[in-house]
Design a protein around this ligand. Structure first.
Ligand code: LLP
Length: 383
């Protein structure tokens, strides 16, 4: 492989496959479809790879639907979530005949009914409930608590039933959906939310709607501070067991929308040390990559393991790993102890496969990083 002359994300497709299979095995015995939340990483090669393994996708914009279709994901494996779907996006989703639209408000349902009427189609919809649980994660990534803009609580249900009745020729309620947050480890919070959703599911069933799906969203976490892969696979298995147990007796297809847990570990961001600068307070390793390529540390105070790609024997030094952006929030790690670095050394920022490139920007008019795929130890695609 040629030496890297620019920052790059490198992804291991085999690792993604392992996790996909672990998730599928966790649900063996249930009717279950994984809808990969492609907001985590919408690289076309990753979409093609997951699709070939049997995954569908969860999308949140017309752009994601277009990317999924272009990558060959069949329309009937595409779910459309998101709080602010525009007229054009809904029209496009219906025309493409995607699997289901996850509805976030009564006004959205009215808009869908209207567009379906104009197109002479039946829209398959699911209602996103806000189960009001506190999933104990970073406040920016909780979504199923009463303060959040996402989903609808039970007080919305009579209005939704009314709209369904008025537009029964154009709307078909396929099920309910939830997504309570991201980076979650507490399975009891998931269980509590699922139980609340099932109570509403039963109410709609009693009203005569033939709900045949239950979408429990994504959210399972990975531990960014420790690479305990065995524990992670155990958590995936426990999650599957819990969901199967909590939904026993429901005659539905279970849908999940995992993002991070499938792709986070599979990616690293590699940058090169441009300068070492020691001040009276700190030693900075200044890289050619930073918050514009991986914004998680700046945005959430997230930690990513730092792996220097050097033959490190020298003394350990405490570094702040920073980037080229003209902001003091432009850091990738603070106070990490590493073997002595020098100009030109490469550094990998670990576990960056999810919400890395997907959230990257060209701030300060820097280039986006490259993306490189590896499978079976070989470089496959350089995009
Ligand atoms: N389904 C829906 C409706 C979602 O909104 C999300 C993520 C997922 C599924 C997938 O969640 P996951 O399995 O990846 O936790 N940028 C943040 C994460 C934001 C997650 C937003 N929604 C981060 O870097 O931590």
């Amino acid at each position: 492989m040629a030496a890297l002359d620019q920052p790059a994300y490198i992804y291991d497709l085999d690792d993604i496959a392992l996790r996909f299979h672990a998730m599928n095995n966790a649900f063996a015995g249930a009717r279950h479809t994984i809808h990969y939340a492609m907001k985590a990483n919408s690289n076309a090669a990753i979409l093609r790879h997951l699709c070939a393994l049997g995954a569908g996708v969860d999308t949140v914009s017309g752009g994601e639907i277009a990317r999924a279709l272009a990558a060959g994901v069949p329309a009937d494996r595409i779910i459309f979530s998101g709080v602010a779907k525009t007229h054009q996006e809904i029209q496009r989703a219906l025309t493409a005949r995607i699997k289901q639209i996850n509805v976030e408000s009564p006004q959205e349902l009215l808009r869908i009914a209207d567009i379906a009427r104009q197109l002479g189609m039946v829209a398959n919809v699911a209602f996103r409930l806000n189960p009001n649980v506190n999933p104990k994660t970073h406040p920016y990534i909780t979504t199923g608590f009463r303060d959040n803009k996402f989903g609808m609580d039970e007080s919305f249900m009579p209005e939704l039933s009314g709209i369904l009745a008025d537009s029964s020729k154009f709307l078909r309620l396929r099920g309910l959906t939830m997504h309570i947050g991201s980076l979650l480890f507490d399975l009891e919070v998931f269980r509590e939310a699922i139980e609340k959703v099932i109570a509403v599911h039963d109410t709609f069933k009693a009203q005569g709607h033939a709900l045949d799906r239950l979408d429990i969203g994504g959210g399972l976490g990975v531990d960014y501070d420790n690479a305990d892969t065995a524990r992670e696979f155990e958590l995936i298995a426990e999650y599957g067991r819990m969901v199967i147990q909590a939904t026993r007796g429901l005659d539905v297809e279970l849908l999940t929308e995992p993002g991070r847990v499938l792709v986070a570990r599979a990616g690293v961001l590699v940058g090169r040390v441009q300068y070492i600068k020691a001040t009276a307070q700190k030693t900075f390793a200044i890289l050619d990559t930073g918050m514009h390529h991986l914004i998680r540390p700046a945005l959430y105070g997230a930690t990513h393991r730092i792996l220097p790609l050097i033959q490190g024997t020298g003394q350990q030094i405490m570094y702040d790993i920073v980037g080229p952006i003209c902001e003091s929030s432009d850091f990738l790690a603070k106070g990490v102890s590493l073997p002595q670095l020098k100009q030109g050394d490469c550094i990998a920022i670990a576990d960056a496969g999810a919400y890395g490139f997907a959230m990257a920007s060209q701030y300060n008019s820097h280039e986006l990083p490259a993306e490189i795929m590896v499978a079976a130890g070989r470089v496959l695609v350089c995009e």
